[in-house]
Design a binder for this molecule. Sequence first.
Ligand SMILES: Cc1cc2nc3c(=O)[nH]c(=O)nc-3n(C[C@H](O)[C@H](O)[C@H](O)COP(=O)(O)OP(=O)(O)OC[C@H]3O[C@@H](n4cnc5c(N)ncnc54)[C@H](O)[C@@H]3O)c2cc1C
Length: 319
Amino acid sequence: MAGIWILGENRELTGELLTAGGELAAATGEKISVLLWKDRSRAEEYFALGADEILVLPELPEDVPPEALIPVITGEAKTSQPGLILLPATVRGREMAARVAAGLGTGLCSDAVAVRWNGERKTFEMERLAYGGMAVQKVVFRTAPAMATIPPRTFAPAPEKEGRTGTVRELPGPPPSPVRVVERKKRERTVRDLREARIIVCAGRGIEKQEDLRIARELAEALGGEIACTRPLSEEYHWLPEDLCIGLSGISVKPELYIGLGVSGQVQHITGIRDAKVIAAVNKDENAPIFQTADLGIVGDLYGVVPNLIQEIRKARGQ
Ligand SMILES: Cc1cc2nc3c(=O)[nH]c(=O)nc-3n(C[C@H](O)[C@H](O)[C@H](O)COP(=O)(O)OP(=O)(O)OC[C@H]3O[C@@H](n4cnc5c(N)ncnc54)[C@H](O)[C@@H]3O)c2cc1C
């Protein structure tokens, strides 16, 4: 093994991967290299966060797709032979990871929530959630390099250390790509990215009519939070866009506070909120499964409970 590689997509995610990489570097005695394909100017910052080497990926012309970088990465990996490659579990990171793993003929653990070095067996071991979060799957690598994508906010950002420095190396340009980009269109987002929200009010099927979503919106507004929903509300009723659906087929969120209104708490939904700091729920059924997960619960009719809650919150916040 020769080193731990991190694909640096942006400052925040790279800081988190440097925390994971830093622990593994200490355990293995290996150095950390960050591959920069954006934010090239950040080399000094990444040294301060724990990187030992920056590998600068070549700048691509506008009409060349990012996939053209794959042979550059795999070519360098075959020469340098890193023992571990970590990528952020973003849309771009996931795609790159699959292509790099295929190019290197190695395995990939997607959405790893833990990465460890087994010093006895001299192998990397990872954990990921399986069966909608009902089980934790252990992944043991028998191929090299070990590879993983890591979801945002799985690790805290690495702290800055003064006086750290390292080397910067430019990687060669890509071989000619048969693919040309003819047009780029920005995806229109209708809502804010819920993964960044600190407070989330989630509407479930306990809300009877579309116009009653107003109750969830008002509670979110009173708390300075965002509204979200369970899958039936986005997929069956089309009351809210699917970007707002939380769970197995929706998104996973990590707010400081999640409040479920008329949400039963099926495992496919809970898997998307298990990293919320505080989970609260209003449900009229005291046996609703969400109460097994919730830190705070109110058994009652949301149509009676929530307006009172909004009034009290507004009073307390002087609104
Ligand atoms: C492969 C697969 C993937 C899935 N992915 C997702 C996913 O990503 N996200 C997701 O959310 N679901 C997902 N589901 C669906 C999931 O299994 C549940 O069906 C869904 O989460 C239920 O949504 P709900 O809690 O809003 O509705 P329900 O299960 O119908 O629950 C409604 C709750 O509201 C309560 N209630 C009713 N009236 C009131 C009232 N007036 N006041 C207070 N409480 C009230 C009821 O007691 C009940 O507990 C998936 C399912 C499958 C099979």
